[in-house]
Design a protein around this ligand. Structure first.
Ligand code: FAD
Length: 480
């Protein structure tokens, strides 16, 4: 009998498997796709020689992850690229807000002097305490004492539980800081009037000013491949191309960890879970989906503002109110006329992504859950608005509707890329309310995906905490 089986090889499945293998437990990963990596895969989606990140593209959470930081991934082929700026947000008047890696430079560049002062006052003290703050944010919720002292924790909590829309309007006067915060918070896929959207904005700002917003040379796949190689170097095994539909598809093992979301677990376990646990899993809420485009381009995107060329990520929508309207419309079940589009242009900083002189771009916007709508025209109109001539640079494009994204990876239920809504309640009750959200009521059965704390993104912390719980509860101490 094996010690451990992990189903799914996303960042959380790989992290869980590595923790188990590091403790000398025989561990095998079962992955439905032919390639490991889940949300970290890259592929040649358009033309020969162009490498596209199918899902995740920019990785501040991976570089800052307390677990990934400890792994020797550079030795296994991972190399980071870090532009000087994390993010650009162009406006119709040709100006542009920029989130630089330097907090001082960002503050200086804002369009109002009062905002520059406010920005430093707000973020500088938090930046000084960012490592313990990150430890608290990425740690398992409610199961241990926080690392920050109570004054620091209260100061972070007071601001971060606020909705970003009113916070940005009350605290900042100019369009730059307001749009930067609104766009960052929109990554949460919540309405900007919802709590705790300011927490997302705050964390992304602090990541920019601490580790930057890096991405792996050669594509996101190289994070997956380096994790996979490291896992194999510890004796771990990986089986790909096997979709687990029932427990009969898996060998006997002391523990099983599932890098899957509640809906998939319910399919695999049927009535094996106690009724009240199944009921809780059934009531777990998924959020909006995404519509995604990948481009092979003849040239860099011809932004009106050359400032946009300083960052790998560009938020394409304009000002705070327009971003808020776009996200509100999606939650009303409708498609935004002018969607908030997140664009990345990693080939500007990493020549391995495209043939010489050519470029790639990656773009997505939010859309109602399960929508089959094609938003290519709306997305391209938005990019063209801030980069006239963009459409004529397109050599080829590839799209994913929300439905197609779920077909590509069953974890993206209805196209939700966060493994479930991450509002105030489901940040804690993820997937159910409990002291160890990773443990299910069945002996040896754990959930380790982004549907557990701390939630979405490539950081591996859900898998790390789930594996620690499995080792503590269900594995013999002799192998550790
Ligand atoms: C378009 C898009 C853009 C994104 N951008 C970013 C970004 O820039 N930065 C960032 O940090 N995050 C980003 N994300 C989110 C990030 O990819 C996810 O939060 C992360 O991958 C979740 O990790 P996971 O391990 O929980 O699940 P996943 O990465 O989804 O992995 C789950 C794995 O399980 C496998 N699987 C599913 N069902 C079965 C089954 N029955 N049997 C066997 N295997 C199965 C799947 O094939 C997959 O490999 C993005 C996601 C998408 C889709």
């Amino acid at each position: 009998m094996l010690d451990a089986v992990v189903v799914g090889s996303g960042p959380n499945g790989l992290a869980a498997a590595i923790v188990l293998a590091q403790s000398n437990f025989d561990t095998t990963i079962y992955e439905s796709s032919e390639k490991i990596g889940g949300g970290m895969r890259s592929a040649s989606l358009t033309l020969p020689g162009f490498v596209h990140d199918v899902c995740s593209s920019v990785h501040p959470l991976a570089l800052a992850s307390p677990f990934f930081q400890k792994l020797p991934l550079e030795k296994f082929g991972l190399s980071w690229v870090k532009p000087d700026a994390a993010l650009a947000n162009p406006f119709d008047d040709g100006s542009c807000a920029v989130l630089y890696n330097s907090l001082e430079e960002t503050a200086r560049s804002l369009d109002r002097i009062s905002d520059s002062r406010k920005y430093s006052e707000l973020f500088l003290p938090k930046l000084k305490n960012f490592q313990p703050l990150l430890h608290d944010v990425l740690g398992p919720v409610g199961t241990r004492l926080p690392t920050l002292n109570p004054v620091q924790l209260i100061s972070f909590a007071l601001n971060s539980v606020k909705p970003v829309h009113s916070f940005a309007k009350n605290e900042f006067q100019g369009k730059d800081a307001r749009a930067l915060l609104g766009g960052l918070a929109a990554h949460s896929m919540l309405r900007l009037e919802d709590r705790p959207t300011m927490a997302f904005a705050m964390i992304f700002v602090l990541l920019a000013h601490s580790v930057g917003w890096p991405f792996p040379r050669g594509g996101s796949q190289s994070i997956a491949d380096s994790l996979g190689r490291y896992f194999e170097s510890l004796g771990g095994k990986m089986v790909t191309g096997l979709e687990v539909k029932s427990l009969d598809d898996l060998p006997r093992s002391r523990v099983k960890l599932f890098d899957l979301t509640p809906r998939q677990l319910l399919k695999i376990f049927g009535s094996a879970f106690p009724a009240n646990y199944s009921k809780s899993l059934r009531s777990y809420r998924y959020g909006p989906g995404v519509f995604k485009l990948d481009y092979a381009l003849d040239s860099p995107i011809p932004w009106k503002s050359s400032e946009c060329l300083k960052a790998s990520t560009v938020h394409v929508c304009g000002d705070l109110d327009e971003i808020a309207l776009s996200e509100q419309t999606v939650w009303e079940g409708k498609i935004a006329a002018r969607p908030f589009v997140i664009v990345t242009q990693n080939s500007l900083f990493d020549s391995s992504r495209a043939p010489e002189g050519k470029h790639t771009a990656w773009a997505y916007c939010h859309i109602p859950s399960g929508s089959g709508a094609d938003l290519t025209e709306r997305i391209e109109n938005q990019i063209e608005r801030f980069a006239p001539g963009f459409k004529s640079c397109v050599l080829a494009r590839h799209s994913f509707t929300a439905i197609e994204l779920e077909k590509y990876n069953a974890n993206y239920v209805g196209g939700d890329i966060n493994g479930g809504v991450q509002d105030l309640w489901q940040t804690f009750a993820r997937p159910v309310l409990g002291l160890s959200p990773y443990k299910t009521p069945l002996k040896g059965i754990y959930i380790c995906s982004s549907s557990t704390p701390p939630g979405g993104g490539v950081h591996g912390m859900c898998g790390f905490h789930a594996a620690i719980a499995a080792i503590k509860n269900d594995l013999p101490s002799s192998r550790r």
